[in-house]
Write a protein that binds this ligand. Structure first.
Ligand code: SF4
Ligand code: SF4
Length: 414
């Protein structure tokens, strides 16, 4: 394998010219971020300290500072640096952003890791299964083989089985609903649940066979070209259909990339609003369009990092649950400070990362046990898949449910 260290260094430096410089200059090396990271908390390995994960990009930046460069003392990023840090940049960072909450300088390590992954990708490095997921998305429409034909088949089946109207490529719709292939392939009732809620509220909406896959493994794998392709499929579909709103399904990173990253990646503003399904259901409730019967099962809520912490939508999940879920018990810590499931940032798709992320799930099990319940509800299919796997690792009897599904199951038709 050829490792292109020069290309990686150029990629680092292209990024250090922008806002990341202030983060690299601002680090106090105080180590307060360490205990906020689920991987450091689980392993105790100092290499898993968030700030340490930035070493190669910081090294490349320092090499550009004039006194060192002038004196010929500038350190250079090496092939060994890239090989040694690959595990830290990919396998042990879910880009959850919890470390930023603990950092006195508010250094956004998650976004630097996201940028650093691009340097690994151009160097020809990165976990093979994550790269394959990105390439499958580009070549077949989704990381899990959800082609347009399979989506259509699946929606036909769900429409029959769940007795719900599911429009596909309907003209004149105001809302474009997207899907996560994790939902479509592993938890398909999430799709019919979204359809039931939209129909119940009288929304003029549609799915599309042209722009449907909301997960963006291009972004997670550091493949900027694929990230852009995946975004453009949805953006061009939404623009051609003239929709006012694009709704992202239960997937945290899909929301983060489209809501906060797309305009920067595409270099222009989006001509529609982007809402996560949690935000959209909360909006329907505020508008008086949701009629729900009480949900009496005891549970606690797992905040998806990209929706609650990095997306700012923690309050919307609570607003949906308020007056509906009669036995909702908050975890500690929760909302913006909640612990990651362990599988964000594409870590779920990296087989070699499974052992540590499964171990990290113990933090969540202990959190749930402290609430006196044994059920988690969440709004991210990637969290759900991660926790379904990690629960087997721990032989945990707890259950995992989708917020969209429990809302759909408790709609009261007029
Ligand atoms: S973003 Fe999350 S996983 Fe990554 S270093 Fe920070 S706390 Fe750890
Ligand atoms: S808490 Fe912030 S300033 Fe301190 S070591 Fe971590 S990233 Fe650097």
């Amino acid at each position: 394998m050829t490792i292109d260290v020069q290309a990686a260094t150029r990629s680092f430096l292209a990024q250090t010219e922008a806002h990341l410089v202030s983060y690299l200059e601002g680090c106090l090396h105080c180590g307060q971020c360490a205990d906020a990271c689920l991987f450091y908390r689980t392993s105790g390995d100092p290499r898993h300290t968030p700030a340490y994960k930035l070493f190669p990009i910081a090294k490349a930046y320092k090499a550009q500072k004039w006194p060192l460069r002038w004196l010929g003392l500038a350190p250079k990023v090496t092939e060994t640096d890239l090989q040694e840090w690959e595990e830290l940049i990919f396998d042990t960072c879910t880009m959850c952003g919890r470390c930023t909450e603990a950092c006195p300088m508010a250094i956004d390590i998650a976004s630097i890791v996201g940028q650093a992954r691009r340097a690994w990708a151009v160097a020809g490095l990165g976990p093979a299964d994550l790269q394959a997921a990105a390439e499958n998305s580009r070549d077949h429409g989704s990381p899990l083989g959800l082609t347009p034909e399979k989506l259509e088949d699946r929606l036909d089946w769900l429409a029959d089985d769940e007795e719900v109207d599911i429009p596909l490529d309907k003209t004149g719709a105001e809302v474009l609903l997207t899907v996560s292939s994790i939902e479509a392939m592993k938890y398909p009732k999430s799709l019919s649940a979204m359809a039931k809620i939209m129909n119940h509220a009288g929304v003029n909406w549609t799915f599309s066979a042209h722009g449907y896959e909301a997960t963006n493994f291009g972004y997670l794998a550091g493949r900027a070209d694929i990230a852009k392709t995946m975004l453009m499929r949805i953006v061009s579909t939404a623009e051609a259909a003239g929709v006012k709103t694009v709704v992202i399904p239960e997937c945290g990173h899909a929301y983060g990339v489209m809501r906060w990253g797309a305009a920067n990646i595409l270099g222009r503003p989006l001509p529609f609003e982007v809402l996560h399904i949690t935000e959209y259901i909360a909006k329907l409730k505020r508008e008086g369009k949701l009629k729900l019967k009480p949900y009496d099962k005891p549970f606690t809520y797992h905040d998806p990092c990209q929706v609650s912490r990095r997306g700012g939508a923690a309050a919307d999940a609570r607003y949906i649950l308020d007056g509906f879920a009669t036995q909702f018990h908050e975890m500690t810590p929760t909302a913006e400070l909640n612990w990651c499931c362990g599988g964000g940032g594409g870590v779920q798709a990296m087989s070699r990362a499974a052992e540590l992320r499964n171990k990290a799930f113990k933090i969540k099990i202990d959190q749930v046990a402290a609430t006196g319940t044994d059920t988690l509800v969440s709004a991210c299919a990637n969290c759900r898949l991660t926790m379904d796997e990690s629960k087997l690792y721990w032989k945990w009897d707890g259950g995992l449910e989708s917020l969209v599904e429990i809302v759909a199951e408790n709609l009261v038709e007029a």
